[in-house]
Design a protein around this ligand. Structure first.
Ligand SMILES: C[S@@+](CC[C@H](N)C(=O)[O-])C[C@H]1O[C@@H](n2cnc3c(N)ncnc32)[C@H](O)[C@@H]1O
Length: 251
């Protein structure tokens, strides 16, 4: 006899609702159908938050916010100083902005994208780049699409907007589409239409970090930066810029 477990029962219920909503998106031909419903994120990214607490960063961008678990911790860390910029789809940024406002945080700006197939936060970043001739961020946390197609450009744009001594932080270093509970082709068939089998099996965040950031002499990995008490700035070796990369385990 199978033992009754309330959590597995609730989990099953959520998965069913998610499946149903996904199916409805497809049936009504909604633009929303291009994105999987749900995510395996239930809490803030503590590694990121523990790290940033050891810095003086005051201008932070979080790219991909989901329910705002980490956004709330960034806002608490800033405690009204500087600015927190949040990037995601329009409905996500609106609801997280409301929650942050209710919590008393007024130093938050949000940048929403549509659900058009080729739209993303890269468009919002381009507009910000247009308005700011100088880099504006101390810290950019990239935790969005997790694909080379989107986030290789995000890394490039973030680099342009990162101040000397700032940090680039990539979540989900080992993440793959095939290993994702919400985006694998069995539960989300569009993945198979958008990507080749090789791309579905590849660690695309790792590719971005390894090929674009680690090879760039202006960047130092966080581990190295951690070895000195003055985070970041003491590593401005070439005088061009400095940052750090971090690849956390898949969540
Ligand atoms: C893993 S979740 C972010 C989790 C969040 N950083 C946290 O720590 O709680 C990824 C987010 O990226 C967003 N995203 C993915 N592709 C996107 C795109 N093309 N445009 C805008 N947002 C996107 C998703 O909507 C989702 O909310």
């Amino acid at each position: 006899m199978k033992a009754f477990s309330p959590s597995s029962f609730i989990g099953k219920g959520f998965r069913r609702i998610r499946k149903l909503r996904q199916l409805t998106d497809r049936l009504i031909n909604s633009d929303r159908a291009i994105v999987p419903r749900g995510s395996a994120v239930y809490e803030p990214n503590y590694e990121t938050i523990n790290f940033i607490k050891r810095t003086e960063c005051r201008h932070i961008a979080e790219i991909g916010i989901f329910k705002g678990f980490t956004s709330m911790e960034f806002a608490k860390f800033l405690n009204g100083e500087g600015e927190l910029h949040l990037f995601d789809y329009e409905d996500s940024v609106r609801s997280v902005a409301t929650a942050l406002e209710h919590a008393g945080f007024r130093n938050v700006r949000v940048f929403g994208s549509s659900y058009k197939l080729l739209d993303s936060y890269n468009w919002s970043l381009a507009k910000l780049l247009d308005k700011n001739a100088e880099p504006i961020y101390d810290y950019v946390f990239i935790d969005g699409a997790h694909s080379w197609a989107v986030d290789a450009l995000t890394a490039f744009l973030a680099d342009r907007m990162l101040k000397v001594g700032g940090y680039l932080d990539f979540d989900d270093y080992d993440w793959t589409f095939c290993g994702s509970p919400s985006a694998n082709p069995t539960v989300f068939p569009l993945t198979r239409k958008l990507y080749t089998a090789e791309q579905i099996a590849s660690k695309q965040v790792k590719m971005i970090v390894d090929l674009l950031i680690k090879r760039d002499p202006r960047y130092r990995s966080r581990a190295k930066v951690d070895e000195v008490p003055m985070l970041g700035s003491t590593y401005s070796v070439a005088g061009i810029g400095v940052g750090s990369t971090k690849g956390t385990a898949a969540r």
